[in-house]
Ligand binder design. Structure first.
Ligand code: AR6
Length: 186
């Protein structure tokens, strides 16, 4: 499924993030940038051990954090065909702090797109950040991710393709509904 925005296309596919031929691949990382399960594990396995070495070059704070929640760090992509991996730390969802989680999830998408432009990437693949181990409710996560990306491509030049790579058909359907329903706010 595809939707044309003023400056680029948003596409949804069912698949594995590591198989994408985009210039940039976004990783659903944690603050330590030390690898993990889910998308993070799949990306590190496919990219090879260099990726972790590159991640560990970012300085850590006293808690071992190399990237704060809601932020991104960019590295080369090791053995992946992409030019760069943009490590994006989405929020762990806690209902009591839902507003903050919404803001952080939106911000992480916007910052990933800005990072892609800074690294001269024209195409970007995103997973459904925070919807696995970080338990963000899928319908809200889809709406936020789609709105952040569609608004960006409606207003900003530089990225010609954003591809959301969904792992499960049920997640694909939720993202498809959000993309279908999306309307610009102006
Ligand atoms: N390609 C595309 N999507 C995938 C893949 C894949 N290979 N594997 C899983 N998904 P998660 P999070 C989907 O847990 O919620 C890690 O341990 C999956 O179905 O990868 O942001 C990190 O190190 C789900 O919908 O990321 C962090 O500690 C979505 O990707 C933490 O998990 C995101 O699930 C981050 O949690």
């Amino acid at each position: 499924m595809k939707r044309n925005l003023r400056h680029g296309v948003v596409e949804l596919v069912l698949g594995n993030i590591v198989d994408q031929d985009t210039d940039a691949i976004v990783n659903a990382a944690n603050t330590k940038l030390a690898g993990g399960g889910g998308v993070d594990g799949a990306i590190h396995r496919a990219a090879g051990p260099t990726l972790k070495e590159l991640c560990l070059q970012f300085p850590a704070d006293d808690h071992g954090r190399r990237c704060r929640t809601g932020n991104v760090k960019t590295t080369p992509a090791g053995n992946l065909s992409a030019k760069v991996v943009i490590h994006a730390v989405g929020p762990f969802y806690n209902e009591r702090y839902a507003d903050r989680a919404h803001t952080q999830l939106r911000q992480v998408h916007e910052l990933a797109l800005k990072a892609a432009i800074e690294h001269e990437c024209r195409s970007v693949a995103f997973p459904a950040i925070s919807t696995g181990a970080y338990r963000f409710p899928i319908a809200d996560a889809a709406q936020i991710a789609i709105d952040a990306v569609c608004t960006f491509l409606d207003k900003t030049k530089g990225i010609s393709l954003v591809r959301f790579v969904l792992y499960k058909p049920s997640q694909f359907d939720v993202f498809a509904k959000s993309l279908d329903d999306w309307k610009p706010k102006h």
